[in-house]
Design a protein around this ligand. Structure first.
Ligand SMILES: Cc1cc2nc3c(=O)[nH]c(=O)nc-3n(C[C@H](O)[C@H](O)[C@H](O)COP(=O)(O)O)c2cc1C
Length: 182
């Protein structure tokens, strides 16, 4: 069984990017993957802000990351990059925390002007964490994403949903074609 982990970088609730990650987990589950979620909101703020690498919630998070074969990391764009709280979390992970893992980056944002934030901001950090296969990122605009009353995502643009599904299929394909399968 391949283990897929979603890492959510939004401090907000409700959250469009969190709902997109839930969509991703459902899609991967339908394709036979075991899924798990981790959000920056699950972590202790003092551990994050005070750099407590070995705090209890960080210990648990590190174990969850270590047990994943594939990771989907989703963040809102904040100030033309990913969120600061996501960086605070990534900073507390061990140097090679993403080694031997395939990673699909996702971002939601208010403007197309920042669609390259995945490439210039997030991907270098993923590479630094040792990810062996970083897939083409998926950038989704707020205007194409609505939250339902149940906080599920509803795409107002079929094209946006198709791009997300294409990204998820590319991640699935990695496990079909490589020895990453465990
Ligand atoms: C503090 C803050 C900063 C933001 N900065 C940007 C930005 O620089 N570029 C952009 O396209 N959207 C920006 N946005 C909009 C969010 O990226 C967008 O609404 C996103 O979908 C929110 O995701 P969430 O609901 O998962 O938190 C910002 C929103 C907030 C709250």
């Amino acid at each position: 069984m391949v283990h897929m982990l979603t890492i959510g970088g939004s401090p907000s609730s409700p959250s469009r990017s969190a709902a997109v990650l839930e969509y991703a987990r459902n899609y991967l589950g339908e394709h036979g993957f075991q899924t798990r979620s981790l959000s920056v909101r699950d972590l202790d703020s003092e551990e994050l802000l005070c750099g407590k690498f070995n705090g209890p919630t960080m210990q648990q998070a590190k174990e969850i990351v270590a047990s994943a074969d594939g990771i989907i990391i989703g963040t809102p764009v904040y100030k033309a990059a990913y969120t600061g709280v996501l960086k605070a979390f990534l900073d507390l992970l061990p140097q090679n925390a993403f080694a031997n893992k395939a990673v699909l980056p996702l971002a939601t944002g208010g403007t197309l002007a920042h669609m390259l934030a995945i490439d210039y901001a997030l991907k270098p950090v993923l590479a630094n964490l040792g990810a062996i296969h970083i897939l083409t990122g998926v950038y989704l605009l707020d205007q194409h994403l609505e939250l339902t009353n149940d906080q599920d995502i509803w795409f107002t643009s079929p094209e946006a949903e198709e791009r997300l599904v294409a990204g998820l299929d590319a991640l699935i394909e990695v496990f079909a074609n490589t020895r990453l399968r465990v």
